[in-house]
Design a protein around this ligand. Structure first.
Ligand SMILES: C[S@@+](CC[C@H](N)C(=O)[O-])C[C@H]1O[C@@H](n2cnc3c(N)ncnc32)[C@H](O)[C@@H]1O
Length: 210
């Protein structure tokens, strides 16, 4: 069985992207640098299902990009629920706002522009669902800052834990992103989780329930 074939098969038998998500993906590929940073479609589907099962009141996202994953996670948000989303690249602001408005989420998402490391400690709330998807080299630091902000039974999702397969032979890879992800994977079990593990789809999604 080839990984790509399994993915294609799973896509065939999964919900298709909503019109809004498809438009964010199309617009990002046409107009934004590094469009491959978008959350994978199949993973977006799973994230919507996780959100629907959790019904979070407060969601936090580290790495907003063009808003795709925020729109996915909003799927199960409670009626008065809110998303906080952190993004370092201010140039994405107008496109991000346009995309959130298209998803009718402009009043449900607090955007914070700046370095996540500086912003996370100043967030007032704790969260039911957190998605970590920013600077891979800082994953261990993010984990240390985010764990206390996660509510009991809250869910932490961490993207790219396979890092294109590099994590399978980590001793061969010395780049700071690989080191950051490997650091996260060895640090995470030191925190208290009811359950944690890797969903081996797309570039690898780590999930832990506090
Ligand atoms: C992989 S993309 C996020 C993709 C997005 N979650 C989605 O589903 O489309 C990573 C994003 O994190 C942002 N980023 C990188 N370093 C950051 C930092 N230190 N603080 C906040 N955002 C950061 C990047 O500018 C980029 O937009």
């Amino acid at each position: 069985m080839k990984y790509e074939d399994v993915h294609q098969f799973a896509s065939k038998f999964s919900n298709k992207e909503s019109g809004v998500l498809a438009e964010i993906r199309r617009d990002t590929w046409v107009n934004v640098m590094y469009p491959q940073m978008l959350t994978n479609e199949l993973q977006g589907n799973i994230m919507q299902q996780i959100s629907l099962m959790k019904s979070p009141n407060r969601i936090l996202e580290i790495g907003a990009f063009t808003g795709y994953s925020a729109v996915c996670m909003a799927k199960g948000l409670t009626e008065d629920g809110m998303i906080d989303s952190i993004e370092i690249n201010q140039e994405l602001e107008s496109r991000l706002k346009k995309n959130l408005a298209m998803a009718e989420l402009e009043s449900r998402v607090n955007l914070h522009f700046g370095n996540a490391i500086d912003i996370i400690p100043n967030l007032e709330h704790n969260f039911d669902l957190i998605y970590m998807d920013a600077d891979k080299s800082q994953y261990p630091q993010y984990l240390k800052l985010l764990y206390p902000k996660l509510n009991k039974n809250g869910i932490l999702l961490v993207d790219n834990v396979l890092w294109g397969g590099k994590m399978l032979n980590i001793s061969e890879h010395k780049d700071k992103e690989s080191k950051g992800i490997a650091g996260f994977l060895s640090l995470a079990p030191e925190f208290k989780w009811t359950q944690y593990g890797i969903i081996p789809m797309a570039d690898g999604l780590w999930m832990g329930v506090k």
